[in-house]
Design a protein around this ligand. Sequence first.
Ligand SMILES: [Fe+2]
Length: 233
Amino acid sequence: MGMYAMDPKKTTKGKKGNISKTEQWLEDYAHQLFANWAERIQGKDSDYEWISDQITELHKNLNRTAIYKFGLKEVMNSEVPADGWRWTSILQNDEMHAGFLDLAPGATIPFHDHPESIDAMLVLDGKVEVRSYSPSHDVVAIGKQAAHLKPVNYQRLEKQDTSIILPDTGNIHGLRCLGDRAILLDVQVYQRPNVERRWYFPLGAANNDPGHVIAAAVPESLLRSAIGCQTEQ
Ligand SMILES: [Fe+2]
């Protein structure tokens, strides 16, 4: 949690009177996504473009608020994350989780999913590589501890570029910082809070499908208890 982060337990519902402008812009963004949810999660090019426009606009609006500007400056002026990457929360409630994602040179974030979420990332500084996957139907045959991942997208992003993941398309992604440190705005909007994420660790290629990967699938709670890994993002 960043120093300026708001209380993550606090929900802003019913408190429109005194919430900050930063929260207001973030909530407006989430509500815009909810209002268009069904038609924007189908994976069409126009869906990705529309969500990209929304997060780009969100950043422009947020960047006019003192809380956001100060928070971003703090992240940019901070030490490079010693553990490879760092999540600094801006707002977390029953509908969304927004924050800055900060990656050290060469750092990777292992594959993980964002169940039932629309996750949008906007690169604010640096360059980053994003690979996204969908679990293929074979996941049932393999069982709960492993997944067969089908590649959906490979992106090399620079400043102002976006990466979008949808609930049923490319919901699993992993990141790698290319070159210097990278800083991203990451906003996850979900219909149901606290759905547990899973982390995916590649075991090898799937023999018959080029680009497909077989991965061990580990629930976040298990990962936390096993290695005390930083999994805030
Ligand atoms: Fe993620």
